[in-house]
Design a protein around this ligand. Structure first.
Ligand SMILES: Nc1ncnc2c1ncn2[C@@H]1O[C@H](COP(=O)(O)OP(=O)(O)OP(=O)(O)O)[C@@H](O)[C@H]1O
Ligand SMILES: [Mg+2]
Length: 212
């Protein structure tokens, strides 16, 4: 089973948005997907509640209140972490995953918070031993802004893969309110977004995102 964790100590950076989109991406590929919500806010489970039964199914696990019991046959387990995770909690979450994706927003506060978070994450044994692979994604970007260039410079100098930049787009809002991923919206409206997702899905599908 592939286990992918979306995590960053900073709130509102796109953990749930990436978790739900990755879940719907694999579900649409015919994979057996479970989405575990580790956040008492329950946003991933709210998203799943809005999802039509006619869409490829995703099993929901409200893991903040019950044990993480994964349905038999699950091929992809997507873990949506809460904000404000530090210390032991980070190490506990990392233990469950082969792959961690960290979304970062273009803002000075988010860049500083991400810098501290990634520093701490790299000290976690499993990460330093490469038993869990980590990467960053810029989220809600508006190209040609000074702060986006600052974020890009910051992410490029990290010693972990910087996979892609996802633009700030109403498509994510529209998809979220219907329990969909952007891959399930009209392709004509999402060509650009799907293009931006490609390096991320390619990395997730490659050995590079999995421990050796
Ligand atoms: N690329 C994007 N374009 C537009 N809106 C976005 C994008 N990514 C996320 N959002 C919106 O930003 C808000 C925060 O995103 P999200 O809930 O995914 O973050 P989070 O990290 O899970 O937050 P929390 O820490 O509260 O769990 C949501 O309203 C979401 O719809
Ligand atoms: Mg969330």
């Amino acid at each position: 089973m592939r286990t992918i964790l979306l995590m960053n100590a900073k709130g509102g950076c796109g953990k749930t948005t990436l978790a739900t989109n990755i879940a719907s991406f694999y579900a649409n590929q015919g994979r057996a997907v479970a989405l575990a919500d580790l956040d008492p806010q329950g946003s991933s489970m709210d998203w799943l509640q809005c999802r039509s039964e006619y869409r490829p199914g995703i099993a929901g696990i409200p893991a903040w209140k019950e044990s993480l019991r994964v349905p038999r046959g699950t091929e992809y387990l997507i873990l949506d972490a809460p904000a404000a995770v530090h210390g032991r909690k980070v190490a506990d979450l990392v233990k469950r995953a082969q792959t961690v994706v960290i979304p970062v927003l273009p803002s000075p506060i988010d860049i500083r918070a991400a810098s501290h978070f990634i520093h701490d994450l790299l000290l976690v044994g499993k990460v330093s031993r490469q038993q869990t692979k980590i990467a960053v994604v810029a989220n809600r970007v508006r190209e040609n802004t000074v702060i986006y260039h600052t974020l890009e410079r910051f992410l490029k100098q990290l010693k972990i893969p910087f996979l892609t930049s996802l633009r700030d787009s109403q498509n994510y809002i529209r998809a979220a309110e219907r329990g969909l991923g952007i891959f399930e919206l009209a392709p004509s409206a999402t060509v650009h977004d799907v293009e931006q997702w490609r390096p991320l899905t390619r990395w997730l599908n490659s050995r590079r995102s999995q421990p050796g």
